[in-house]
Every structure is written in C-alpha cells, then in structure tokens.
Write a protein that binds this ligand. Structure first.
Ligand code: DGJ
Length: 552
C-alpha cells in the first residue's frame, strides 16, 4: 500500500511500505529546496544528525510559473537526492498561504486581483496595515489572498492535483514522499475575519444548518471559550447570533478550512497520501494577532467538520510551553506531528520525549542546519529571549542531537512497533522536573517515574549529581525483566512493581549500539557503574534484571 495512517493500539501511526514509520525529520529553511545544488550540503547535515526525512517546501510559483504549464523538475531532483541517501520527504505545499500571506503564489495569481481577490482587513483595501500587538504601536503592511476567492481555490486545487499526479507517477512505487502538508500556516492576520462586502453579507447570513448542528453536537471536546459561545448562542441564525463572541473566528475557520479541504481533496483524488495542516499557534492572543481561521486548537472541531481530507493538525512550536501544546494537539485524535520546533538546547531532549511519550509521527526542528550555531536575531526573537530558562537561550549541541538521532534511527523498527502500547515511555527534565521536597532538601526530591508491568524506572534530573536541565530518558520494555534505555543527563533507578517480589537486582547492564538492526555491545557495566547508574552523554543501555521476595 502507499504511505497511509493506520490505527495501532488505538493510536494513529504513519505506515510506510506497510510498516510503522517515524519521521525523525528536519525542516529546511524556506528557500533551500528551490536549489538542488544548495540542498547537497543540507542533505549531508541531515545525515550527520541521524535524520531519516526532510520537510521540503514545494512552491506553487515554481511548479506552475505560467497558468497551466507545470514544471516538476525541481521536486524530481529533490526526490532523486533523497533516494540516493535513503531518506524520505514530506513536501510542504506553499500554495495560497505561507505564514498567513500569499508569498508563494505565482505571479499570474498575484497580479490578477479581480480573479484572485485579496483579503480585506480594512474595507475596500487590498493591502492594509496590521497592528502586530496591542503593545507595539506600529502597523505592518499586510496582504493575502481572500479565503472567499473561489477562483483562487480552484486554481490552487488544480495545481495541487497536478503536483500529486506527478508524485503518484514518479514515486508511488518507491514511496520516497510519505506525506504532504497542504498550505503553510493558514489564516488571516490583522483582523478576526475578512471585512469585504461579500464577507459582511455572508457573516450576516444564516450559518449553514449542518455546521451549526455539528458544533452543538461536539461541545464535549471543545475548549471552554468556544464551548461557552456555542452553548450560549441561538440554534439558527446569523454568525453573531449563533456563535456570539466567537463568531468572527469561527467564520474565518469555516472558510479557511473549507478552502484547504478543497485543495487537499483535489490532491487526494489523484494520490491519497497522508495530508497535514500546520499551525501558527495563538499563544493566548486575540483573534487577528495570530493567523485566525488556521488550525489552532480551539477551532479543531470546525476543521474536523470542514476539512475531512486533512489527517493531522500540526503545531509549529517555538513557545516554551512545549508539553502544554503537545497535550492540546493530542487531546482529540492522539497523533502528534511536529513539523517545526526550535533549535535551542531542549531540541534533542524533545526528540526523545516526543517519540517515547507521545509516540509521535514526526518531530522536526526548523532550520536544523543551524543546530550548534549561535542564534541569529530572528531565532532569538522566535525562541523567546525574554524567558528566564537558560536552556531556551542556548543553541542545541550538534553532537548531542546527532547521537540521539542515530540511536533512534537505528532503533526505529523496535520503537515504532511499540507505538500505542505502554511498553514505550519517556520522561524529560523539561517536562517532568523532580518534585521538590517540602524541606527543600535536593536529595529528597521526588523523581519522575515510568511504571511498566513488572518494574519501575525512576529518573534523576537536575539533582546535585546531575545539575543539567536538558536531560531526557526513554525506556522500551522488551519483557518483564528486560529493557532498553536511551537517555542523557540523567541517573536511573530501577525497582520492582510486584509487591510479592519487592526486590530487584541486575543480571546484565551493558552499553552498546544498534548497527544495521543488530545489537553490538560495548562495555559491560558493574561495580561503581551499576551502584549509581547514570547516563551523561546520549547513549543506550541494555538491561536484564530479576525480582524476588524475602521468603523463598
Ligand atoms: C513558521 C513557518 O511555517 C516557517 O515556514 C518559517 O517561516 C518559520 N516560521 C520561521 O522562520
């Protein structure tokens, strides 16, 4: 079968060549994939980091430079490069939207304002100033295509279908391309909804009855803000009557999601690869300050209704609240697909954590070739230089990411086959810091603990022996008395989970590596090394132990 999503143990899993797959990926900078020559060095860096896939923009303007004339030489060259290196690709369709703007639409679309109307955030204006935030009294020039432009939607859908047709013809057999993101960070900036005459008329017309009924039937999964608005509104009527305060955002989401669905459906009709929609997070802001109508968590029910051809909503995570965002995006459907994340020093621990804890389909640092380099001013701004946590201000060490990348890539079949089961768990210092003791004694802090059937693993982070705050630890249970541990900057303490056999002793502790799927042991640990078991640099341990009681 072609790449697809399958439910395994109640969790959606990406299947490639009929086997569970994990995208240990990286997203390239926006312009890199426009030049296969430039990409040579980027592929090399990805290989050094242990990545098995890249997320690569496919720009509408380069694929259909003139209306109806398609050129697939660029994606073909990128696919060839991936194949030479045994890598996979997720293409990012930069069509009508890129970061809530229309930068990547072809010139023939940009110039024809009649056929491809612009979104109005100020009545009658094709380009207007948008206030960046209430505290910054500056307006940025803003323009994008209207989500009500049916001509735009049709042209975008036709181009996307042609692109998917090329992928089917060139790649169906080899499956180098395993998924496609439809558009990039959709939504409207500068206003909660468009304000053209057409938009006003639709906003004050009746809400489609099926849609209103769907939302009223799905309040159980909604965020509180949207639930309240839906419950308080009338059952039928105009958008403000039915959805009150939330009407503008729901109106935008309805039209953006429907547009994206039309594009995705046209592509799926030709070649039904898994399709995703990524998201610029709302960060608690007011509608208009983030791309409104895009798949932020609070409008997922709208997207579910309007965009059934989108398989997964993906958070672009540059905020410090990593776990809160992942929890929110897994709350309804379970799949976590992170197409973009920051490259500060939680970057590698988050890789380990998302695979081990969330059983993620994809983890992908954005602009990964910057790993190990000092932050640029843009990265400093994006990653939040205003935060206190020093780890967020420190670039990820290249060697550490590479070490984890290679370990997970080698273990991929074992890890992926445990997806959806509780045999695979993880904790990290960022997401599971020790709970301080009431008297403040650091030796009495309660460590995070993974509980398996038969044994427990408590992990020491940020302890007096191990002060680093960027540790991570993943444990894969092999059997009741055997497991694999991947981690760094942590100490390990195993205990029995069987009250009838409360004591646990090691039989085997060895470090090593997987090479071509086979375990190659290194040092056999005992003595001082097992008396206080800890991992300083990223590594794998193989352990066997037994449990016993006091009376034989
Ligand atoms: C989010 C976008 O989706 C990416 O294409 C890129 O622009 C990053 N932001 C930031 O650089």
């Amino acid at each position: 079968m072609i790449p697809h999503i399958e439910n395994r143990n109640g969790r959606p899993v990406l299947m490639v060549e009929d086997r569970p797959f994990i995208l240990l990926a990286g997203e390239v900078h926006n312009s890199d994939s426009s030049s296969p020559k430039y990409m040579e060095k980027i592929w090399d860096i990805a290989g050094q980091l242990g990545m098995n896939a890249l997320l690569l923009p496919a720009a509408w303007e380069l694929i259909e430079p003139e209306e109806g004339r398609f050129d697939f030489s660029l994606p073909r060259a990128l696919i060839d490069q991936a194949r030479e290196r045994g890598m996979r690709i997720v293409f990012l369709w930069f069509g009508s939207w890129k970061n809530a703007e229309c930068m990547y639409a072809p010139a023939w679309v940009k110039r024809d304002l009649e056929r491809f109307p612009r979104a109005q955030i100020e009545k009658g204006k094709n380009k207007a100033g948008r206030q960046v935030s209430p505290s910054i009294p500056v307006k940025m020039p803003y323009t994008t295509l209207s989500y009500l432009g049916t001509g735009t939607m049709r042209a975008d859908a036709r181009a996307f279908a042609a692109f998917m047709g090329f992928l089917k013809e060139y790649d169906e057999e080899k499956q180098t391309v395993v998924a496609v993101q439809v558009e990039n960070e959709t939504g409207l900036l500068g206003a909660a909804r468009e304000v053209s005459d057409e938009a006003d008329a639709l906003f004050h017309a009746p809400v489609p009855a099926d849609f209103a009924a769907y939302l009223r039937a799905h309040t159980d999964t909604m965020t509180e803000e949207i639930r309240q608005a839906v419950l308080a509104g009338k059952e039928a009527g105009t958008w403000p009557e039915v959805f009150g305060e939330a009407a503008e955002e729901l109106f935008s989401a309805y039209h953006v999601a429907s547009f994206v669905n039309t594009v995705a459906a046209a592509g799926k009709a030709v070649y039904p690869l898994p399709m995703s929609a990524n998201c610029w997070l709302d960060k608690g802001g007011r509608p208009g300050s983030y791309p409104t109508g895009g798949p932020v968590s609070k409008v997922h029910e709208v997207w579910d209704y309007c965009a059934p051809n989108i398989d997964v909503y993906c958070p672009d995570i540059y905020v410090p609240q990593f776990k809160a965002v992942c929890d929110e995006y897994t709350r309804r459907r379970g799949a976590l697909f992170i197409p973009e994340s920051a490259t500060h020093s939680y970057c590698a621990p988050r890789l380990v954590y998302t695979v081990g804890h969330y059983h993620a389909m994809c983890y992908s640092p954005f602009g990964f070739d910057d790993i190990g380099k000092p932050f640029t001013a843009v990265q400093g701004f994006l990653f939040g230089m205003d935060v206190n946590d020093p780890a967020l201000k420190t670039p990820q060490k290249f060697e550490e990411y590479a070490a984890f990348g290679h370990i997970l890539r080698e273990m991929l079949p074992m890890l992926a086959s445990a997806y959806g089961s509780d045999r695979l768990q993880a904790v990290s210092a960022e997401t599971d810091p020790p709970i301080p003791a009431p008297d403040g004694n650091p030796f009495k802090a309660v460590p995070p603990t993974m509980c398996f059937d038969g044994f427990r693993l408590s992990v020491g982070f940020q302890s007096p022996m191990n002060p680093r705050s960027d540790g991570a630890c993943l444990c894969l249970k092999e059997s009741e008395n055997e497991c694999w541990v991947v981690g760094s900057a942590c100490s390990l303490s195993f205990s029995s989970a069987d009250p009838a056999r409360p004591h646990l002793d090691y039989l085997l502790v060895e470090e090593g590596n997987f090479e071509n799927g086979a375990w190659v042991p290194g040092r056999r640990f005992n003595g001082d090394e097992t008396a206080s078991l800890s991992l300083s640099a990223p590594s794998i341990l193989h352990l066997r132990f037994f449990t016993y009681g006091d009376a034989n």
